[in-house]
Design a binder for this molecule. Structure first.
Ligand code: UD1
Ligand code: CA
Length: 539
């Protein structure tokens, strides 16, 4: 519950100052020693987004005029991480090469606040659960109160490690004392400093100039601006935050993991409230920018990342990973599907075990079955590719059936080529489409065909060699093998390899013939098989 101290009670009427300009200062220079990482703390991610981005996003709805980020460790990477989250604000970066404390960090920001008249909201880069409405209410309360310095405080059951709020006899805030500098009595105080302040720009600039490093850590403490303001008779105000999680900073990997779980859970709860069923909420991973339609069911182990959009009434069975995917309504994603930067139409069925790679765009009522991979593939309504198929750089019309084992041969080692297939085409199983190539509407491609030239509409195309029958071949073959085996048993082995080598030497000539016959009769087994290997008795 908000409460106010010092001279100001909550003033309910909006004062003239409520339209003041707002600047945001984010402290993000520290390494974060307790993370034990070569990566600066604010770059560690939750939900795939760096910690600092959450803070910037929480400030964004207030449309600050200026955002100043204090960077130090991995300054360039931190800048890059911040850049997409500045909103329309004038985003500035200040280098704090040596971290001499939070007060020193704000001193570094002073030149960037030059000429700014209004309020400065100070935030830390490592508090990712901070909510936009909490910040907005805090800034609003600060303005209504008429204070020049306001603090966001919290009551922690275990306040260890935090700065404690020291209040005077009338309950007004007088100063903040850091854990290390606190007396045993002061350490019993459970009201802590969250590190979030809203300060009149002019007061802030003059107060940070007055800071001294006379404390246990020999640092410039930003917290000391409170005693400076109090000594100058400035009006102070504070607001207590109800949900302590919101203001919890991340200092260790355990805290990072706990926060990740909390944030994930809250996202899942938001979608449950919006009418989405999660069969196993604990294993659902839903990114902050994902959207899911009503009456969709999400099974176990589903990851929805990036700007993924799921329509209404979809079903995702389980173990799927969708990154920047757009699903229409009534889509069924079966087990084990990976979809990246692709569109899936209404009532499509995908999987199990399908992989839709970037640039896949499926119309309505499309079926993609098991072990099918697509890339830059546009499939028209009602088209199906149900089994073991690669469709890359291809456009297919409507109601076409792509048989099992079809491959678009789109790459010659140098360039990618297009395949275009019309409407109502039947592509037989085990077809290779050697791009660039087109198959006209209503064409039939016979099973096992290698299509190298474009096929006119309504045409049957077959590239198979004629089937040949060699009568009595099996019996003759078995007889030969039996004779060879007998001879082999009485003679010493010709080579170190036993039985197999014997057979090979004795029957090399007839075997070669048999193989030739096999090839001629259209057997599609690999031509790379050696003659001798094929000659081995089989089955
Ligand atoms: C600070 C507060 C403490 C408060 C706590 C809340 C001070 C002196 N203490 O303590 O009252 O309860 O936060 O979490 O302010 N940073 C810089 N440059 C520096 C030092 C720090 O950019 O020279 C950044 C850090 O990267 C971090 C933030 O400021 O994001 C806070 O610094 P940290 O050292 O974690 O402060 P605490 O000791 O936690
Ligand atoms: Ca901290």
């Amino acid at each position: 519950m908000p409460h106010s101290q010092n001279s100001a009670e909550v003033v309910s009427e909006p004062g003239p100052d409520r339209a003041r300009s707002l600047a945001v200062v984010v402290l993000a220079a520290g390494l974060g020693t307790r993370m034990r990482s070569a990566t600066a703390k604010v770059l560690h991610c939750i939900g795939g987004q760096p910690l600092v981005s959450y803070v910037l996003e929480a400030a964004r709805p207030m449309a600050p005029e200026r955002v100043v980020v204090i960077v130090g460790h991995q300054a360039e990477a931190v800048r890059a991480a911040c850049a997409p989250h500045g909103g329309g604000a004038d985003l500035r970066f200040v280098m704090q090469a040596e971290q001499r404390g939070t007060g020193h960090a704000v001193q570094c920001a002073v030149p960037e606040l030059e000429g700014f008249r209004g309020d400065v909201l100070i935030l830390y880069g490592d508090v990712p659960a901070l909510r936009a409405d909490t910040l907005a209410a805090f800034v609003d309360g600060h303005r209504r109160s008429g204070a020049t310095l306001s603090l966001l405080t919290a009551r922690f059951r275990d306040p260890t490690g935090y700065g404690r709020i020291i209040r005077g006899p009338s309950g007004g805030i007088e100063r903040i004392v850091e854990e290390r500098d606190a007396s045993p009595d002061e350490r019993h105080i459970s009201e802590i400093n969250t590190g979030i302040y809203c300060v009149d720009a002019r007061l802030l600039v003059s107060a940070v100039e007055a800071l001294a490093a006379d404390n246990a850590q020999g640092e410039y403490y930003l917290t000391d601006i409170v005693s400076v303001a109090h000594a100058r008779g400035q009006r102070l105000w504070s607001r207590n935050v109800d949900d302590v999680v919101e203001v919890t900073g991340i200092n260790t990997r355990t805290e990072l993991a706990d926060m990740e779980a909390r944030i994930r859970r809250s996202i899942v709860e938001k979608w449950m409230a919006a009418g989405v069923t999660f069969e196993d909420p604990g294993t659902a991973y839903v990114g902050a920018d994902v959207s899911i339609g009503e009456d969709t069911t999400i099974g176990p182990n589903i990851q929805l990342r990036g700007a993924t959009v799921i329509g209404r009434g979809c079903r995702l069975d389980g173990s799927a990973c969708l990154q920047d995917a757009r699903l229409g309504d009534g889509v069924h994603i079966k087990f084990g599907v990976v979809i990246t930067e692709s569109e899936v139409g209404d009532h499509d069925e995908i999987g199990p075990f399908a992989h839709l790679r970037p640039g896949t765009s499926l119309a309505a009522h499309v079926r993609i079955g098991n072990f099918v991979e697509t890339k830059k593939a546009r499939l028209g309504p009602g088209t199906k590719a149900n089994h073991l198929t690669y469709l890359g750089d291809v456009t297919i019309g409507e109601d076409t059936n792509v048989g099992a084992g079809t491959i678009t041969c789109n790459y010659d080692g140098f360039r990618k080529y297009q395949t275009v297939i019309g409407d109502r085409v039947q592509i037989g199983s085990d077809t290779q489409l050697v791009a660039p190539v087109a198959v006209g509407s209503d064409a039939y491609v016979g099973a096992g065909t290698t299509v190298t030239q474009s096929v006119p509409p309504g045409t049957l195309v077959v590239s198979r060699v004629a089937q040949r029958h060699v009568e009595g071949w099996v019996a003759r073959r078995r007889a030969r093998e039996a004779t060879a085996a007998k001879a082999g048993a009485s003679a010493p082995p010709a080579r170190s390899t036993p039985a197999r080598a014997k057979v090979r030497t004795k029957t090399a000539a007839p075997k070669a013939k048999a193989t030739k016959a096999g090839t001629k009769s259209g057997t599609r087994s690999s031509g790379r098989r050696s003659t001798t290997k094929r000659a081995r008795p089989r089955r």
